[in-house]
Design a protein around this ligand. Sequence first.
Ligand code: ZN
Length: 329
Amino acid sequence: MSEPQHAYAWQMAQWQDVQKQIRAERLPHALLLSGPSAIGKLRFAQALAAYLLCESPGELAACGQCRSCHFQSDASHPDFREICPEEGKRQIGVDQVRSLQHFSAQHAHRSGGRKLVLIHPAEAMNANTANALLKTLEEPASGTLLILVSHSSSQLLATIRSRCLQLSFGIPSPELTEPWLRDYVGDQAMAQRLLAEAGGRPLAARQVFDDDGLASRERFDKGLMALVDGQRSPLQFAEEMLDADILQVLDWWVARLLSLSRYQLAGQVLTAVSWQRFKSLPAKSVIGSLERALKLRSSFSRGVALNKRLILEGVFLEWAQLCQNRAVA
Ligand SMILES: [Zn+2]
């Protein structure tokens, strides 16, 4: 039997909020867990679902021993449904949500009578699907709790948001995430760098480490500097980055530009010290590049067919020209 899942150490405030509602028997029909991606909202939702289904939960987690926890650990709990986009799809299908009406009309199988539905990410529901969910939310069967997880709750229908109790999760404090990541990577300085690169999002930082540490990112950063110094042409650099995941490259690019413009406009600390040399670039041009990069990233993530090589060449050419004009030293 595996250990019962806990919420992460940086989620204790939200965990206690929910505990209060549970103790006062005021848990609503639907919870919306919102906040940036890769900070552990899904794990919180899973831990909470297991906790609420558990027959003898402790203070911080499900017991991990009862029949309900056994069902939960081998993903066969009859009173639990998890809904997310099916493999290879971006959206949650309307039929997936419609099947909930039947589920929530049934009696619970286990004692206690509670049923749980977890939907993630909630923004993967289109208007049809969201309307089907509204039906379920409007006629809540007693004992069914919906937990929605969203990285972008402003995209949800207002009618859905208003029916949920919202639990917000921000970027957690490094005081809590650094020790966790240090235990994983085995090195304090590395943990700090990873967190800085990931914008403070602990699971994104761990993912960077699992992928290849910071090696790919360093290759990208070095290439950019060689480009600005005239040791690489934009076409050469685009060629070199062709084997990388384009979304990943655009993510890095967006992160660097965002950090530079925050540094220029608000005096925030740069995530890469070497970018100090770009401080005198016109802030307006940096923001222009950032906006174009965000548009490209959004097109790629929506699956729009674009020529990767042309996109990279365009991005690098524009940057090389901008830096050349200002003779960045
Ligand atoms: Zn249990």
